[in-house]
Design a protein around this ligand. Structure first.
Ligand SMILES: [Zn+2]
Ligand SMILES: [Zn+2]
Length: 802
């Protein structure tokens, strides 16, 4: 073994070895109990970021733990076709070549996307390998592969026949650059500096006007009403009359609606149903028309303003108003605006014909599963959030006006009838016409990823994989896709297979930048996951991310990752000492000395605590337990105590040291797989890998407190310099660990000061425990802890009293 542990090289070597030896592989085997984690598919265009790294650290920890426990584990990999972001990347390349997707046409464009993917796509799975994730890479699936597409088509047809899919002309988020609808998640909200213009709308029947404040004068040509609050005394008399819209000079009604905010602007709202979601709702409720004045490309279409940008149109309209004395004022106004996350275009709310999923029918079964706890989110706060977001789920817009994705399997005949089939029908289902055209829209990416837990196993075919690995056990992810992904998988699994896809959903923390803000490119506060891996290695990165996962928002912590590095080194040095001292075959023996009985009991005790933490998906406490077990108990106490005997060739000491080290390596392996496997390979007579070694049986913790007295006396010694009266193993261990030679024994005067301190502590604790109110009202564990302290003080005092 090298004197210093260097993760680089070692980690990559083990990653290749494990995979090449087939140790990540999952095979259907009805005689074994499966444990399945279908890992969230990353975008096929993506590369590793810290969120992925944390998610993999969590998922791989669970999978490696269960694998060692003997489960038939499947850690399912794959990637998502990521409709808009993939299309975006390829379109950019086309623009660089001086062409465009429209010039190529749909078919050629799709071929180009595939070409691009063969060359550059899916690199992220190599990043996953580099962090040591034991996914069965042979089983990687892609949401656009042939079988998966079939699953998506069947899902769509199923929902359509259930009556849960419909078309409707509604307002949606629209990106004028990509010319598609977008989900809320694909938007970025930013505060921007804008101008609020107050414009007078003259009354049609006589004198007077209504002043209206707007940030979007360019939408004035599509105004169809002016709305005021029904209880606003300023406008009460105007309700039911008409005003004249500037520029178009159309007459529109003044209506009353409680959704108007009296405090905003002048308290009167211009209603433009085609270009604002609130106006759209008000318009529909009042039966207003929905003319539009902005096209799909974001340019203005209103008469006299055709082809202008919104800014240009705004200037013209304001100039027109100013000439007529209708422009009251312009003032600075800062407000939140939505942008497309891919191209940063300002989002246009736009009415368009889209395909929708009716959530009222869909949400009932997943709601039952969540309410009954059949599927459980962790932590509990996210379970409640998941239920709330399902209860309040609005209908889901599932169509996108892009080319890369699953084209909706709906065909129109010349009469406008819709035929929905998994593959092209011969004739219209309603009138028999054969002249059919296919819907050009594709499905929202989340529509296909909703099938991930079973489409990856071959559904709709009845495969051995599906029989063995469905339903799965766990899914791990970030909270921002609970609505978009997790809840929908629960629905699709229950609906199509009649069983939940998994029992537990682990929501890991959101990793914030070191400054506590969200990581963002524009702030430049992002953490480069590759740099962290490069500098600290995969084990330290995994450990640090898990250790720092106690709450739902955590700041990225270099200290936690460095702690992981220290832990690796400490473990390496301890193992090196043992391996060097224990070379050759080992005789069987039973541990007899105190430090041996103690470390075996402590390993067992720590194992139970780690298992309890992992059962609750509490990774931070599991890491804490591993850290103290390794650093304090194993290295600082046990190894110091036993060192001399190991060097002396004591057979018992050698056997137990090797056994204890093996045990420790097994406990550490799921979190820090590489350094533990490397050490394991240096142990005598190693024939199989640690990754597939069996998880130890905990048991025999009676002696977990056996070193307590020595440890307490060591504290007394370090405070006061007083050497306690100890005998036998206790004395030997005390001497080995405390080494008086290093901390010179002080005058006996210190002993008196220490005795005085202990007497005071004893008096305080006795008084506390004599207080009936404390004993009756304080939690039992607090009272017990106080009693234990009192006993300890008394023992310590005994130890240093002559
Ligand atoms: Zn865009
Ligand atoms: Zn027809």
């Amino acid at each position: 073994m090298q004197p210093r542990y260097e993760p680089h090289g070692v980690e990559e070597r083990w990653q290749q070895t494990w995979e090449a030896e087939g140790l990540y592989n999952a095979e259907p085997d009805p005689s074994r109990t499966p444990y399945v984690d279908c890992h969230p598919p990353p975008n096929v265009t993506g590369r590793l970021h810290t969120g992925h790294a944390l998610n993999l650290a969590v998922g791989d920890l669970l999978i490696r733990w269960k694998r060692m426990q003997g489960y038939n584990t499947l850690f399912q990999p794959g990637f998502d076709h990521a409709g808009i972001s993939t299309q975006n990347v390829v379109e950019k390349a086309l623009i660089d070549e001086g062409t465009s997707r429209r010039e190529l046409g749909r078919e050629k464009f799709e071929a180009r996307v595939w070409e691009w993917l063969h060359e550059y796509g899916g690199k992220i799975l190599d990043d996953f390998r580099r962090i040591g994730a034991s996914l069965d890479y042979r089983r990687s699936r892609f949401t656009m592969d042939e079988g998966y597409v079939r699953a998506v088509m069947q899902f769509f047809v199923h929902l359509y026949r259930r009556g849960w899919i419909y078309r409707a002309n509604r307002i949606i988020n629209w990106c004028p650059h990509h010319e598609t609808s977008l989900s809320d998640l694909e938007l970025e909200h930013e505060d921007v500096d804008d101008t609020l213009s107050t414009i007078r709308y003259p009354l049609a029947d006589g004198d007077g006007y209504i002043p209206i404040a707007t940030v979007r004068p360019a939408t004035i040509p599509a105004d169809v009403a002016v709305a005021v609050h029904p209880e606003d005394p300023r406008y009460a008399e105007l309700i039911g009359r008409e005003v004249i819209v500037p520029w178009t000079e159309n007459r529109v009604p003044v209506i009353a609606d409680e959704r108007v905010e009296r405090d905003f602007g002048t308290g009167a709202l211009k209603i433009t149903p085609a270009h604002d979601p609130t106006d759209f709702q008000i318009g529909r409720d009042h039966g207003l028309p929905e003319p539009s004045c902005i096209g799909a490309d974001g340019l203005v279409t209103a008469a006299g303003l055709e082809g202008l940008t919104q800014k240009e149109a705004e200037e013209k309209i304001l100039a027109w108003c100013k000439e007529r004395g209708l422009l009251e004022q312009r003032e600075h106004y800062r407000h939140s605006v939505a942008f497309c996350e891919r191209c940063h275009s300002r989002i246009e709310p736009r009415i368009s014909m889209q395909w929708w999923c009716a959530m009222d029918g869909i949400k009932q079964r997943p709601l039952e599963a969540l309410r009954s706890g059949e599927v459980r989110y962790h932590p509990e706060s996210q379970h409640r959030f998941a239920i709330d977001s399902l209860e309040n789920a609005p209908d889901w817009c599932i169509s996108r006006q892009i080319w890369w994705g699953h084209q909706i399997p709906a065909w129109y005949c010349p009469d406008g009838h819709i035929t929905v089939e998994e593959s092209a029908p011969d004739a219209c289902a309603e009138c028999g016409a054969t002249d059919l055209t296919r819907e050009t829209d594709v499905l929202d990416t989340w529509f296909s990823s909703a099938l991930w837990p079973f489409a990856t196993l071959g559904w709709p075919d009845e495969t051995p994989e599906l029989a063995q690995f469905y339903p799965g056990n766990v899914n791990t992810t970030a909270r921002d896709i609970i609505r978009l992904w997790e809840n929908r998988m629960i629905f699709s699994g229950l609906e199509l297979l009649g069983e939940r896809p998994f029992d537990d959903v682990v929501i890991h923390p959101t990793v914030l930048a070191v400054d506590g803000r969200r990581m963002s490119k524009s702030l430049g506060n992002g953490i480069d996951a590759f740099e962290v891996l490069e500098r600290h290695g995969a084990d330290a990165t995994r450990y640090g991310l898990l250790k720092n996962s106690l709450t739902q928002d955590v700041r990225f912590s270099y200290a936690a990752i460095e702690e992981g590095g220290k832990l690796s080194n400490k473990l390496w040095n301890a193992a090196r000492l043992i391996v060097t001292a224990c070379d050759g075959a080992l005789p069987a023996a039973k541990p007899s000395s105190l430090e041996e009985r103690w470390i075996l009991a402590r390993l067992s005790q720590a194992q139970r605590r780690i298992e309890a933490s992992l059962d609750e998906f509490d990774f931070a406490h599991a890491m804490d337990e591993l850290y103290h077990l390794t650093f304090d108990d194993f290295c600082d106490w046990y190894l110091e105590a036993v060192k001399a005997r190991l060097y002396d060739g004591d057979a018992d000491a050698r056997v137990t040291a090797t056994a204890a080290l093996e045990w420790l390596l097994k406990l550490l392996h799921p979190a820090m797989p590489h350094v533990t496997e490397e050490i394991w390979s240096h142990l005598p007579e190693r024939t199989s890998r640690l990754i597939v070694a069996s998880w130890p049986e905990a048991g025999g913790e009676d002696e977990a407190g056996a070193l307590e007295r020595v440890q307490e006396y060591a504290q007394v010694f370090r405070r006061s310099g007083v050497v306690p009266q100890l005998e036998g193993d206790e004395k030997r261990i005390f001497d080995a660990v405390v080494k008086p030679d290093r901390a010179p024994q002080r005058e006996n005067g210190n002993a008196e000061a220490e005795r005085e301190r202990l007497r005071k502590e004893i008096a305080r604790a006795e008084k506390q425990l004599a207080n009936e109110r404390f004993v009756e009202n304080a939690p039992a564990e607090v009272v017990d802890a106080e009693r234990a302290k009192l006993e300890r003080y008394r023992r310590e005092l005994d130890a240093i009293s002559e």
